[in-house]
Design a binder for this molecule. Sequence first.
Ligand code: KIV
Length: 280
Amino acid sequence: MESTITAPELAAAKGKRRLVMVTASDEPSARLADRAGVDIVLVGDSLAMAALGRPDTLSVTLDEMIHHTRAAAAGATHALLVGDMPFGSYQTSVRDAVRSAVRLVGEGGARAVKLEGPRVPEIAAIVATGIPVMAHLGLTPQSLHSLGGYRVQGRDREQALSLIEKARAIEEAGAFSLVLEAIPSPVGAAITRAVGIPTIGIGAGPDCDGQVLVFADVVGLSEPPLPRFVRRYAEVGATIQSALEAFAADVRAGRYPAAAECYPTPPGLEEPPGFDSNGS
Ligand code: KIV
């Protein structure tokens, strides 16, 4: 069996090498990310927008996240597969948080879970069940309404110090890594220096211990407007659309299928059987 990357290995990588994480929502995206050699495949709740066409992440359910995590688990055989805990699956009680994490691992096949915010008791309780936890600070999209929109966080000294304190509490609770989203680069650097676990940035500057982007943004499947931190590495959306346009044109012009794309005719069927008025 192929060796897999573990959460303790990634925690120990801090300061030694930069970590690469990408999101995935199904077997093909997880397989391609895995073959590309990423360290972590995150089945992020951003799939609500990237794959399900929803306006935000709030409506995606635990059952839906388990469904997508299970599909991605079939493709991510080497990278650490992290399942994102959706809105409502851990905010209600520590008990609910543990139950949801157990389902993402047991039913979904995740090998770690991620949750948003400084949820110290929830993180400690999930870690105590033997499930590694990745935390998430800064712009936490599940708090969209209380943050007043998708806004850069940690923009003054007080907020920056508060983020550092939260990051330390998260480390103390036992998280093995920490996503930092949409904060100024010096704040990303300060948090990275302040904790002993790897930080993984998305719009948090170059000094984080690793970086993450959403699969659809990297390969060109998402539609503008895109966040400032996105870098496109391909335009596969345009490539896929042209392929489908060419297929449609070939069908309409009678060019598809060609003889080579049809099964050989068995002897005796060179003349197609006719149908008489009895339908035989
Ligand atoms: O859901 C997601 O894709 C995420 C990443 C942006 C880290 O949480």
